[in-house]
Design a protein around this ligand. Sequence first.
Ligand SMILES: Cc1cc2nc3c(=O)[nH]c(=O)nc-3n(C[C@H](O)[C@H](O)[C@H](O)COP(=O)(O)OP(=O)(O)OC[C@H]3O[C@@H](n4cnc5c(N)ncnc54)[C@H](O)[C@@H]3O)c2cc1C
Length: 323
Amino acid sequence: MPGILVYALHYEGAINKNSLGAVTEAARLAGELGSEAHAVVVGESIPDELAGSLGNYGVSKVYRVEAPEGLAQPVVDAMAKIMEGNGHEYALFGGGLLGFEIGAGLAARLNAGVTMEVTSVRVEDGKLAAERPILGDSSISLSRYKDRGIIIGRLNAFEAKESGSGAASVEDVQVELSPWSTRAKMVQRGEQRGADVNIEDADVLVAGGRGLGKPEGFQLAEELAQALGGAVAATRAVVDAGWYPYAAQIGQTGKTVAPKLYVAAGISGAIQHKVGMQNSENIVAINKDANAPIFEFSDLGIVGDLNKILPKLTEALKARKGS
Ligand SMILES: Cc1cc2nc3c(=O)[nH]c(=O)nc-3n(C[C@H](O)[C@H](O)[C@H](O)COP(=O)(O)OP(=O)(O)OC[C@H]3O[C@@H](n4cnc5c(N)ncnc54)[C@H](O)[C@@H]3O)c2cc1C
């Protein structure tokens, strides 16, 4: 019996890395369950090679559905039909906002159990069990499913690995979209600033918070990050305010990082931020408030105005490189 259906998001002719991780994970788990993992791609005129290439990550079959791109509801329609028609017991997603939206819709449609922000999945007594960190990542909750299960990973929680098993067969599926699924239209799609840098891989991060004062304040963080050969990260406060993209958010509802150096500029050090960066090797905090909580878990604290300190640090680094 087919076990797991995994959603593969594609963008500009390539499958997104996060999805490749989910496909790899689905194939591994299906192997342990003694069943199969299949993938689904949804979009406009998706080429055979792109869909079939998912076979390299371990799935035997890829369902291809022709539907408007980039929207959650058409994918919910497609996955519900495929799962019901073929008896898939589980759906798996990489993290990301689209995965959360599709997963929630699919859980409601199929009356299935759903777990989000999953960091690890294992097989127990012939069923999947998903681990999800809770309470600011201080504990782990384990979800098991009575019937169908929808499992949505934390961003980049699953590692993509080619299995060398060659191309998968591609099966076209006609799906009648629900009336509400075509009510929204993709108007524009664009790259976010900083989206090209994978902050989880960076050795050095310069993170900015509300203390930067305004969106343009991030220029100071970007200049220092460039001088250090690192990337820029952010708190949720500034991401919610639209100053910097979500892709750069560190913390409970963002990414977890452990770089060699984490420079926190204008960040108070709330617990929800701390859980995402506390394992950094060296934490340097710059804050004008000597009592800011961030100083309690920093290796080096600088009390002062970041508008003066950041440019001076950048200047000093550039001068050192030039000498
Ligand atoms: C359920 C939940 C989930 C959350 N998830 C996250 C998450 O994933 N990530 C996250 O970051 N937050 C998260 N938060 C929000 C978190 O609680 C804090 O509100 C947020 O981290 C604060 O961001 P901040 O440090 O940028 O802003 P603030 O707390 O406002 O701190 C700004 C700091 O800048 C300093 N400052 C101001 N001006 C200057 C200056 N000129 N020079 C130097 N310092 C200056 C101030 O002294 C202050 O300490 C979450 C909250 C909830 C309830």
